[in-house]
Design a binder for this molecule. Structure first.
Ligand code: FPP
Length: 248
């Protein structure tokens, strides 16, 4: 289990992004879907740079779901090549910018060499204190919960907190505050289901390759305008003292 996340990062927001619309973005421009995914990597760079300046401490990006193996072989293989390229080319910049990278999801089904490249990138960036960047690859929230259930048997007393550590693979990781999905789709698609129990949801028509600093700001402004009650009530909604809530 990962640990040692600077406490300052934990006090900042956890934003999850379902980066959708790469394919449609490309097709509309008469380009190959691969070109859309490449442009998606540029958007990742923009958002990783912008996030810490906008109060984000943890950013979880959905890059490849466990159901994405159903896509045509050529697209899967292009996405894996992009991931390999990202890991190799980005580490230096991530270290320079204080970004700590972890990859969540299964590693045993990834093409040869990628699991090792992930391990190297995680080790190189482990000291990052500006942003906790988590990239979900071969990820399924349902599977993460199932795996946690299997491991929970060894815990003496099961609590929401220690079960969360098993689900996320990271001790004390902050719950998700805001989930953003691009491209106009309004689904969670098996993304961070446990961690997003009280997350606010933001859907935008912007295609992921066009997403940038201003879009993140807009999502966070909307988030800050929401009233989060976590199942409770705001003080002004309480009954005046001394009056019964219901007449007999
Ligand atoms: C959804 O768009 C996007 C994906 C399934 C892949 C996301 C991948 C990247 C942004 C780049 C690769 C990531 C890394 C970390 C190197 P879609 O293809 O479903 O778009 P569509 O709905 O328009 O077809």
């Amino acid at each position: 289990m990962q640990s040692g996340l600077p406490s300052e990062l934990q006090t900042k927001l956890h934003v999850g992004i379902i980066m959708d619309g790469n394919g449609r973005w490309a097709i509309r421009r008469r380009m190959s879907r691969l070109r859309g995914h490449e442009a998606g990597v540029e958007a990742i760079r923009r958002v990783v740079e912008a996030a810490p300046k906008q109060g984000v401490g943890t950013l979880t990006l959905y890059a490849f779901s466990s159901d994405n193996w159903r896509r045509p072989k050529a697209e899967v293989s292009a996405l894996m090549s992009l991931l390999r390229f990202y890991l190799a080319s980005e580490v230096e910049a991530l270290v320079r910018n204080g970004v700590r990278l972890t990859v969540i999801g299964r590693r045993d089904r990834l093409p040869a060499g990628i699991a090792e490249a992930i391990g190297r990138a995680e080790a190189a960036t482990a000291g990052g204190e500006t942003l906790n960047l988590r990239i979900a690859v071969d990820y399924s929230a349902r599977d993460a919960i199932l795996n946690a259930v299997a491991r929970a048997a060894s815990l003496g007393g099961l609590t929401r907190e220690n079960f969360s550590d098993l689900v996320t693979g990271e001790a004390g990781l902050r719950d998700v505050d805001l989930v953003i999905r691009t491209s106009g789709e309004k689904r969670l698609s098996d993304f961070l289901l446990w961690e997003s129990a009280y997350a606010e949801l933001h859907f935008t028509d912007r295609m992921w390759p066009d997403f940038g600093e201003e879009d993140l700001r807009e999502a966070l402004t909307a988030f800050h305008g929401r009233e989060r009650r976590f199942g409770g009530l705001q003080p002004e909604a309480l009954e005046p003292q001394g009056e019964p809530a219901l007449s007999a």
